[in-house]
Every structure is written in C-alpha cells, then in structure tokens.
Design a protein around this ligand. Sequence first.
Ligand SMILES: [Fe+2]
Ligand SMILES: [Fe+2]
Length: 408
Amino acid sequence: MRVDGEMQTQVDLGSLPFAEGGYLVVKRAVRGASPGHAIVVTGDAPELEVDLRAWCRAEGHGFDWQPAAGMARGQARILTGAAESARWAGARRATGDGGVDEDTVAEHPPRSWGLAARGATVEAGTPEFDFHLTDKIEVWSDDAARIYQQAVAAQWDPETAIPWNAAFELGHDLEDAVVQVMTYLIENETAALIVPSRFIAQLHPHFREVMQVLAVQAADEARHIEVFTRRARLKRTQLGRSTIGGQVSLKTLVEEPEFAIASFLLSVLGEGTFLSLLWFIERHAPDPVTEAVARLAAQDEARHVAFGLAHLSQHLGREPAFRPRLADAVRRRHDALRHTAALNDEVFDALLLMAAGSWEHDALRLGSRRVLQLIHDMDEGRRKRLVRLGFPEEEAAALSALHTRNFM
Ligand SMILES: [Fe+2]
Ligand SMILES: [Fe+2]
C-alpha cells in the first residue's frame, strides 16, 4: 500500500521471534519488493529490534526503529537496498536456452555453472570447475536417460542372483580352466571400471544423464569383478595367470585421454567383443555358478555397448568427419600392440577345454571348433557395430581385424 507517497508492505510477526523463522517472513517481503520500497515490521518478540537491525546491516537494507509512544511494541521500517536484486541480476539459468525450457541441455555449458542442477539459477561469479568434457557433441546421447533407467531397474544382487551353494565338482583341469578364465575376466572388468570412472570426474555435470549412465556402468563392473572373483575362489585359494600382453592391451584403453575414442575402443569394440565371449562362457559353462555369472554380466554389457553406440552415432550424425579419427584410433592401438603376444595361451586353452568339457579327442575337436566359431562371432559382431556407426563394410572388416587380440 502507499503511505505518505511511499510504497509500503506491512509485516506483523506477532510473537514469532526473528531468529526462529521470523526472518523468513521478512525476507519474503523484501524479495517481493522493488528497491526503495519500504517494509514495516511489527512484533512482540523482545529481540526483534536487535536482530532486525543486524540483519538489515548484513543484507544492505536501510533500517529505522520507531518506538511507538505509549505502547509496548515498536515498529521497524526497512528500506530495501539494491544489494539483493543486484546480487541476482547477473545470474543465469543453467539451461541450453536460458530458461525457456528448464531442462534443455546446453551445447557448451560454462564451467562456472559448476555443480549446479540443470535448470537452477546460478549466481554470477561462482567458481569455475576444472571439467574437461564440456561439449555436448562429444558425450551426449538422447538415449542416456532411458539407458540409465533400464540400468537401475536391472541391478542385481550378487548374493541372491547366483546359486553360490549349488553342488558341483569339476575335474581338476576343468576347474583350473574356469579359474583362469575368471582371472582374465577380472583383469578386463577392472579396466572397464576405471575407464568410465575416470571420465565421470572430467564430465560437466550439466550432462547429468551421461554422468549417471557412467556411474551405474562403473557399479556394474564392480559387481562383475565381485562375482568373477567369487567364482574363481569358490573351490580354489589361488587365482590364474595375468600376462604382459593382456595388461599392455588394457593399458592403452585406460590411458586413452579422449572420451569419445575411449568409449569407441572400450564399449563398441571391447565390450562388444566381450558380449560374444560372455555368452560363449554361459553356453559352455561346466557348472551353474559360472553360467550365472557370465549371463548376468553379459546382460549388463549389452547396455554398455548400447550407450557407446548411442552417443557415438549421435556424434557422427552431427560430425561425420569424426569417423576417420575413430578408424585412426583402431590403427594406432594396433600399431602400439603389434609386438605383444596374442591372447594369452592360458586363456585360449582354458576356453577350449571349457567348450570341450573333457579330454576326449572328439570333445577337444568340438571345443576347438567352438572357439574358432567364437572368434568368428566376435569379428562379425564388431563388423556389424562398425557398420552401424556408418563405416563401409570393407573398412569395417579391416578395422575389426585390427582389434586387439586380448578381446577387450
Ligand atoms: Fe563388465
Ligand atoms: Fe562393461
């Protein structure tokens, strides 16, 4: 209302002390007022004058106390300063279009948006965070939200999802083979955990759904490491072998600095190849525990491959010139690994024995054919995914052939 030519808002706090919620009522009135607007505050609380005076000084508002003659209570007059509105004048909505749609993803979110929720109003002058991945094209997929929801719904509990107590006894060599395969899987799953985890810390959190997909992917890999370790140690105290060739191959993945390229090498080519491997292990598992751990891991891996394909497809759709760089990455990695051994013999032999199921000659011949078929299926899967990313058939075949012999 207007009193003596001045716009005034009346606030009566009654017996509500300023420090116990009264300040919220006053603050609300101040927020709703334009600079120069007066707020008249009345109340019975004994500390009202002292508290209000201190608050107004801190907030940059004018303050005037008028003891009312003949009455127990006085009244305060607050003249709102410009500080509050000035403070938010330079604020920006953390959205792609400045706030029309609160959830629009920005192409290049500024680092100064920091950790703010997408859609929040960010005070000007917040510190810049050292995020490296700030370009939407490099990380984003419109499918990320859906893939994240699927991943969360598909989480399984290793304790109950796997028949740990199932009774079985394998021959010594077959148990050795399973332990060797598990040892190899653990090592590869560890790389698959580290790669997305590294990029989560570099990713601008504005790309929330991508951050969430990577986080749940890391959680998946943590579970895979757990169940493969438990299977390896189910009947044995000692694990199998880890080779130079395997580790050198994984090191090139772990050290790849560029997100899109790491994602291509790991998710599309590596985890894609692992899909065939895990289904192979599931199909030829000599015991129900090995079968279950392979199946559950394969189901998760399918999502990891799907996300890699989704954001790379979107990326390539907008920037086809990126495709030759992906091809270069495969060639570079192949050159770097040229002098390393093939897949370690122990793993290859273990897979063959697992697929054979016994030392019978006919069984071994069959096991050998099955492993060859696996290598063929892996190659076919890679070629199919490369074609989905727009590589011509011939180039897809050539690139698939250059993929690491370690599978991941
Ligand atoms: Fe995994
Ligand atoms: Fe994975």
